[in-house]
Unconditional design. Sequence first.
Length: 241
Amino acid sequence: MNEKLREIIASHKNIVFFGGAGVSTASGIPDFRSANGIYSQGGVIPPEEILSHTFFMERTAEFYKFYREKMLYPSAKPNDCHFALARLESLGRLKAVVTQNIDDLHQKAGSRTVYELHGSVCRNRCMRCGKKYGLDYILQTEGVPRCEKCGGIIKPDVVLYEESLDPDCIRDSCRAIAEAEVLIIGGTSLTVYPAASFINYFSGEKLVLINKTPTQADRIADLVLHEGIAEAMRLEDGEIS
């Protein structure tokens, strides 16, 4: 771990991590807006349109074809960043993870307090009766997944374009950030709103930004690291107690 970052973490016990797509790229999950991201892969219909509420409701089969091919990575494993955050939480230093990712990798690494702003591919629900389904069920079906109980269409619990973020998740995320002594922002260019505006709730002691490319908030940060988040957050045994 970067020496300055280690010093900040070691001297505080109320830390919050706010992460974006870059946290998952080291696990083999592509981001959205980079040169090799999902949005740059072309196609007749723009991905932003496919991943909208209107498209899901009107062209559900086409939505699921794209969703299964581009959005689901069941074999992805947590990386060093995920494991470091889980470790810091177990040590009582990290109070929460606020994530824009939908892959459940933070939980798989052992994190318990995770606020998923954009939902999770691991949660799915019948739109008719409300019966819940895991990711395995979606992967086992073809075409439009249907409820075993009532035959209704199953919808992923992910926030599509034209949909609002969950107000309870927003409230809890903003509260955690507002109460934090240290806010570490990693793997995000801070361009996706409203999530990017959550930084405005922070008034603590140290702001850390970790991203391969510059962000609009670099100028106000106490520490800026332009490197991969997995490398920057790698935590060796005994490095922080």
